[in-house]
Ligand binder design. Structure first.
Ligand code: GLU
Length: 475
């Protein structure tokens, strides 16, 4: 059975790239079958924080990414927090020490720093000198020591990455890396391998920043006599200027997108396209459609550009495709009490109609607060706007005859209003666009805004007639 894992470190806000890793693991599992394990990599005790761990759960829940096993989803091969597995790492370290795959290193920080500087001066990559490997000081436990992995020498490490193809590393350039630090905490490379073995992981999908760790991890698997999983390293996420995604390109914290009024389905769809593409070239796709055609082989090697404008467009598409009821549910949390008060606490149905009337304008859910203000303006306010418009903004014939037209309308349903309006404007002998724009100015005091027929239906006959009369009196 396929076993995937998502292994975030709770050392900061949930990053967009981290969430994409979770998404691709879940998609791979849904497309290929199997299960996904959530593992919290919190061995960096000073930087890990329960609030950040909570942020991981919040982000996953928001996008609807369910993990089959993990700290909060019950049994399996846990515990799933690395901080709860320290005894296990100690036992495995002991085993590696006994089998000669690891050794104690008592080199001081100063000595190592000197080696690093010497390497930098000689312009060669730093590799631990191996001074403590097999030296007599092995038994000296009174001095602080780290446990190092005895990397086999004169060997290459090869793996076939599902996304990137063949990758080879020269083992001698990796050196004897640290397995356990002097404070007894396991290094990332060590803990991750012990966990992936214990949790029976068959496929590791993670960011490409971990490619260089892979040969070290393979060496540990080999030393422990375990089967090495398959690897798929996801391309780096870049900003539109092709540099690594950073705050300069927009928020990197997932929850900022929720605050901004992005729909989770839209973010999920957008994240999917960061590296993966549909074989049929579609961009806006449901999750089921994506699962139906998802394969790791279709993920590209080259960096994936996170473009806020594209997300904005995508979110607009999703807003337009929501059902009316669904859209109101999504928009409602973003509306202020003050606005609802100004709107006269409309019924559910009326608010739904208002939201529907402006949906084509909106790209983010937060924008509805502004767009709905069109329904709060007084006739005096509209009249003052019209009074200050540059000449020619409103067609004189529309100004003169709008009152007469609205006065004789009998059917105030939105669809009928659309039809009547089109016929009326056509009969005025002016360009259609100019006619509509003039009506819009006179009824709303805005150059852009809601769908006109819907807006008139929402305002209702009395209000529209009264507004047109008032404007003629004041302007
Ligand atoms: N905890 C690591 C990170 O957040 C991921 C480790 C892995 O996937 O192997 O980058």
């Amino acid at each position: 059975m396929n076993r995937f894992r998502f292994a975030p470190s709770p050392t900061g806000h949930l990053h967009i790239g981290t969430l994409r890793t979770a998404l691709f693991n879940v998609m791979a599992k849904e497309a290929m079958g199997g299960s996904v394990v959530l593992r919290i990599e919190d061995t960096d005790l000073t930087r890990s924080d329960v609030a950040f761990e909570q942020g991981i759960y919040d982000g996953l829940n928001w996008l609807g990414l369910t993990m089959d096993e993990g700290p909060i989803s019950g049994g399996g091969y846990g515990p799933y927090r690395q901080s709860e597995r320290l005894g296990r790492y100690r036992d495995v370290a002991e085993r590696l020490l006994e089998s000669g795959h690891a050794y104690r290193c008592v080199c001081t920080d100063e000595e190592l720093e000197a080696q690093r500087q010497a390497a930098a001066l000689a312009k060669r990559p730093y590799v631990y000198s191996g001074r403590c490997r097999g030296a007599g000081i092995l038994a000296d436990e009174s001095r602080p020591y780290v446990l190092r992995f005895a990397m086999p020498t004169g060997r290459e490490w090869y793996f076939r990455d599902i996304i990137r193809g063949d990758i080879v590393f020269d083992g001698d350039l990796l050196g004897d890396f640290v397995l356990v630090r002097s404070d007894g905490m396991p290094s990332y490379n060590f803990a991750v391998v012990v966990d992936d073995i214990d949790m029976k992981i068959t496929m590791v999908i993670r960011g490409e920043d971990h490619i260089s760790n892979t040969p070290k991890q393979m060496a540990i698997y080999e030393a422990l006599g375990s089967i090495i999983p398959q690897f798929a390293h996801l391309p780096m996420i870049l900003g539109p200027d092709k540099s690594k995604l950073s705050k300069r390109h927009g928020a990197t914290n997932v929850m900022a997108y929720q605050e901004m009024g992005v729909l989770p389905e839209a973010l999920l769809n957008h994240l999917m396209l960061l590296g993966w593409s549909d074989p049929n070239g579609r961009e806006v796709m449901t999750r089921d459609e994506m699962v139906g055609v998802f394969s790791l082989e279709r993920i590209s090697k080259s960096g994936a550009v996170f473009d806020l404008d594209k997300l904005k467009w995508m979110n607009g598409q999703y807003i337009r495709h929501c059902s009316d009821v669904g859209l109101l549910e999504r928009v409602r949390p973003y509306l202020s009490d003050a606005l609802l008060n100004d709107l006269g606490h409309p019924s559910q149905e009326r608010l739904q109609a208002m939201v529907r009337s402006v949906r084509d304008n909106a790209h983010f859910l937060t924008e509805f607060e502004t767009y709905l203000q069109v329904y709060t303006h007084s006739d005096d306010w509209v009249a003052s706007v019209i009074g200050n418009l540059p000449d020619g903004s409103v067609e004189p014939v529309v100004y003169d005859r709008l009152g007469e037209w609205v006065g004789q309308l009998t059917d105030w349903s939105a669809s009928q209003l659309d039809e009547s309006l089109a016929a009326w404007v056509a009969g005025l002998g002016i360009p259609k666009g100019k006619g509509f724009k003039s009506v819009r100015w006179l009824l709303s005091g805005q150059a852009n805004g809601p769908h006109l027929g819907q807006m008139m239906a929402i305002m209702g006959a009395d209000r529209v007639i009264q507004r047109v009369e008032k404007i003629r009196r004041l302007v």
